[in-house]
Design a protein around this ligand. Sequence first.
Ligand SMILES: Cc1cc2nc3c(=O)[nH]c(=O)nc-3n(C[C@H](O)[C@H](O)[C@H](O)COP(=O)(O)OP(=O)(O)OC[C@H]3O[C@@H](n4cnc5c(N)ncnc54)[C@H](O)[C@@H]3O)c2cc1C
Length: 500
Amino acid sequence: MDIAVDSNQESVNAIRYFDVLIIGAGISGIDAAYHLQKNCPGKSFTLLETQETFGGTWATHKYPGIRSDSDLFTFGFKWKPWKDAPIATADKILRYLNEALDENDLRQHIRFSCTVISASWSSDEARWTLEVANGETGEIEQYGCHFLWMCQGYYRHSEGYMPDYPGRENFKGPVIHPQNWPEDLDYSGKEVVVIGSGATAATLIPAMAGTAGHITMLQRSPTYFFAKPNRDELADTLRALDVPDEWVHEIARRKILYDQKEITRRSFEEPEALRAELLQAAQNYLGDSLPIDPHFTPSYRPWRQRLAFVPDGDLFRAIRRGEASVVTDQIDQFTETGILLKSGKELAADIIISATGFNISVLGDITFTIDGKALDFHDCWSHRAVMFSGVPNMAWVFGYLRTSWTMRSDMVAEFVCRLLRHMTEKGVRSVVPTLREEDRDMPELPFVDPENFNAGYLTRALHLLPKQGDRDPWVHTQNYYVDRETLAQADLEDGTLIYS
Ligand SMILES: Cc1cc2nc3c(=O)[nH]c(=O)nc-3n(C[C@H](O)[C@H](O)[C@H](O)COP(=O)(O)OP(=O)(O)OC[C@H]3O[C@@H](n4cnc5c(N)ncnc54)[C@H](O)[C@@H]3O)c2cc1C
């Protein structure tokens, strides 16, 4: 028996039913759709997407220079070769995703301008019912499915994280968050202060340099950057040898993963040597324009946050040309003409950009209920960081934070398809991750260990995320190599997945 007993019956009681609903048409949603179509042929599915277009992150962000900070061999799909330089602009990523949709005839499955507001599970019907706001018609529609695949990313797309700056109302110029970049912003010749030193600041500053009068990167504390030419020598050599694109893609992925594994190992075993190398690479691009200390010498161990790639050292070269500079200090308050710092120094600004990251949105700001009871995901245990204890027929994609996100989307997609096929073979309608007797004494640990990864956006949101335990399958390691063993080869009859 297939779980999709009434699939494809449009408009039964005005509810549109599908076997699977995928929420979000970003890179993870497209990946999910590809795998579902290929590995579970016959299952009906649709993707519901708030925006008018696909691409998620790469459609939302429109600030100057917007680009990936990890390489596209691993950020791209396992199943579609990347044929360009490793770091790519949003335009190039969107072109790649557009091709993926066309080549696999997936666009017909996406319903744009559809925001999922609520999702309710009924155990009697073994089905999710979703309320969806249709942005085109203004109506609330109902969708039903047997399995919900959450690919809604991990942050709120409508607005970024903007701290409550003291005196913000005094500042006469615009205060902008890069996630809501005004299309008509004219910054030519202007004094710009960018608050923050993450990947966004590192992208914006070289892109605006030369047009803006001057840009100052104001950081509370330094960040590690990975400054390197934007090319992959191995991939270039293989291409020069006319090796097929599929091989180049796979070999480059393996090499990059291998190198990242080395970086991870060294960050634990020889953090000082790794740190010295990262700092030296930055210093090489800076020349003698600025000493590396104190502005680029973080106090934490490398790799506790994603290493922002600085292609061709462009951030450092902008500083070297005198078009940008760095200040390490704390904000006392905004003034009429800029920012007063805790040191007493004042930074003049015409425009202030708050490159301060995003607000985590655990599951797309959707209200979930199970048999009428409100669901708080923090009460749940994470099952392989894919499912939640007590939550039937639902998977979510939470990718890697250091390694490329998509490496995990791919693996989750394979797992979900395997699970769906398993359910069909068993003739069951629902699956619920459930603690075994021996799991009941597990310590409640945060979903991401702050000792291992300490980015602010995550530590701010740990109270919203599920908890993890101390044993398989309740742990979340953020480790590709562990997942390759545990997730890819997970026993679907290990006693933690209860079918009915
Ligand atoms: C500027 C920036 C650069 C980044 N660079 C990298 C990088 O180089 N490498 C890397 O690994 N990661 C990077 N990340 C993290 C990045 O978000 C993910 O890697 C990846 O793009 C996530 O893809 P996704 O499809 O899972 O989610 P998203 O790209 O966030 O897409 C989710 C989609 O779901 C939709 N959605 C959300 N809620 C609902 C709802 N209720 N109803 C309907 N639709 C909904 C959204 O509109 C969106 O289109 C970056 C993030 C940002 C902000």
